[in-house]
Design a protein around this ligand. Structure first.
Ligand code: ZN
Ligand code: ZN
Length: 382
């Protein structure tokens, strides 16, 4: 089958991407789904900072690659041995395929699935397949088992979570990364209690989802920090009680507001210096949660004594410590009840040919979530 897709040709091209054009729309050959796999027509795919981190080389991945890891669509065909989805089902992708059998999966921690992580690192499906090919036969790598910047993709059924037909694709897609990561960091990883104070550094799609999760958990106050004041209004609408411009005074301001530091500090930027600031903004006995993905060469230096003397915790949160088939339906139900106003994250829709310029906009901090939109969902099943 032939499909149009945005292919990342090489990483590390200089910004602005509207000039250097790291993403090229190509017509690719897509193999039919193999055993345990499904063909999905993409309805919408979000543009996430982790895609940008692959484009600029901060997150090393093999190229060429069809990017996009936050997507929703409709199952069109399933391969042999698939029992969890059927043609016509609406699905959102989990960017870690959950094998179900490794030690992490068996320990109830599928976000750390070992086979999923190995496949994601290699740019393949769980089976090892790379279903996209150029017409000359050259295989194209898969992105986190999803590759949502394409009209259609083939995915492991282990990457798919059913969603109700009446949730628009552009909304459902956000539950695959921003929501599951940000809300999960508060609910699953930190397990923040009502009345505890929270601060989040970085107000992208994930950071703003942390704000929503903190409100859901009953945190107070909820302090939102970013370099871009353009994000402050949306942060307040989502539940932030205070907003602070990132900079030298930010930690002191947080310690003032919280009388000694926040019970929970979340880093959603992906920078070791910001993580150090989040740690400094955490109170005695408090918890610092690392969510953003820093460059692998970055190192974090902390005063060792405080860890023991102040009973401090520094913990990582990958994909919101999610159990995707438990959490995505749960968060979608909260969205449908009006308790997770996800649509506030949506900035604008873009087309395949506009992706390079759209990543310039994401890098500039002018937008929260842009959505590559192929079709709006309907409730009509094929
Ligand atoms: Zn993402
Ligand atoms: Zn596993």
């Amino acid at each position: 089958m032939k499909v149009s897709a945005a292919v990342l040709t090489t990483t590390g091209r200089p910004a602005p991407y509207r000039s250097s054009r790291p993403l090229v729309v190509e017509e690719l050959e897509l193999d039919p789904p193999g055993p345990g796999e499904a063909l999905v027509r993409i309805g919408a795919a979000g543009l996430c900072h982790s895609d940008l981190s692959v484009i600029n080389g901060v997150r090393p991945r093999p190229t060429p690659m069809v990017l996009g890891h936050e997507a929703a669509g409709v199952v069109e065909e399933v391969g042999p041995e698939v029992t969890t989805v059927r043609p016509g089902d609406h699905v959102v992708f989990s960017f870690v395929p959950v094998c179900g059998t490794c030690v992490s999966c068996q320990s109830g921690r599928p976000a750390l699935c070992e086979q999923g992580a190995a496949a994601n690192g290699a740019g393949t499906l769980l089976s090892g397949a790379r279903p996209f090919r150029r017409s000359n036969g050259q295989p194209i790598h898969h992105h986190l088992g999803v590759s949502g910047f394409a009209e259609r993709t083939v995915s492991s059924a282990a990457s798919l979570v059913l969603v109700p037909d009446d949730v628009p694709f552009e909304t459902a897609a956000l539950f695959g990364c921003a929501l599951v990561t940000g809300v999960g960091a508060v609910i699953n990883t930190a397990r923040a209690e009502p009345g505890s104070s929270a601060v989040v550094f970085g107000l992208g799609g994930v950071g703003l989802s942390v704000v929503m999760g903190a409100r859901l958990a009953g945190c107070h106050p909820i302090i939102a920090v970013d370099t871009a004041p353009t994000k402050f209004e949306v942060a307040k609408r989502l539940g932030a009680t205070e907003v602070i411009r990132a900079g030298d005074q930010a930690v002191e301001a947080i310690r003032d507001i919280t009388r000694g530091g926040a019970h929970y500090a979340f880093e959603a930027v992906g920078d070791a210096d910001v993580l150090a600031a989040a740690y400094a903004a955490t109170r005695r006995g408090g918890t610092t949660v690392s969510i953003g993905l820093p460059h692998p060469d970055q190192r974090l230096t902390l005063p060792a004594l405080g860890i023991v003397a102040e009973e401090r915790r520094l913990i990582g949160s990958y994909m919101g410590s999610a159990v995707p088939r438990r959490d995505v339906p749960r968060y979608l139900a909260l969205y449908q009840a009006g308790l997770l106003p996800v649509d506030e994250l949506h900035s604008r829709d873009v087309r395949l040919a506009e992706l390079n310029a759209a990543f310039d906009a994401l890098a500039s901090g002018d937008v929260v979530r842009q959505t590559l939109l192929f079709e709006r969902s309907t409730t009509i099943r094929p």
